[in-house]
Design a protein around this ligand. Structure first.
Ligand code: PCA
Length: 121
């Protein structure tokens, strides 16, 4: 079983949430500093940016191995769209680290949206 931090389309109520049905929701979560979100094509990308003070908001799930493979496929890990990495969480009562999908392609022309997706208008 693996702890996964989700911050975009996999969150409850978002369009890919059904992929986590049957997995275990641990709660809303905030990452540690040094992470920020960019708007991509209707979905966000998590990026490491040293010096960013705020964390990113999302959810932590405990997923089984089959679900993790499904998530990796959905996130395009094999194609290099995202890479799955351990990130630091800063939420009492949750694990101190979790796996998350870090955006792995160019940010040229992408809008930086900060700590939460979807961004307020
Ligand atoms: N889905 C993954 C990564 C970005 C996205 O839209 C997530 O919700 O964490």
């Amino acid at each position: 079983m693996t702890h996964v931090f989700v911050y975009g389309t996999l969150k409850r109520g978002q369009r890919a949430a059904e992929r986590l049905v049957g997995q275990h929701f641990l709660g809303p979560a905030q990452t540690g500093p040094g992470l920020v979100l960019y708007e991509l094509d209707g979905y966000p990308g998590l990026v490491r940016e040293p010096g960013v003070a705020n964390g990113v908001s999302g959810e932590v799930w405990l997923v089984d191995a089959a679900s993790l493979r499904d998530l990796d496929a959905y996130e395009g890990v094999a194609e290099g769209l995202y890479r799955r990495e351990s990130i630091i969480l800063a939420t009492p009562g949750l694990p101190e680290t979790a796996e998350a999908y870090v955006y792995n392609r160019s940010l040229a022309g992408r809008r930086r949206i900060g700590s939460i997706w979807p961004a307020a208008c």
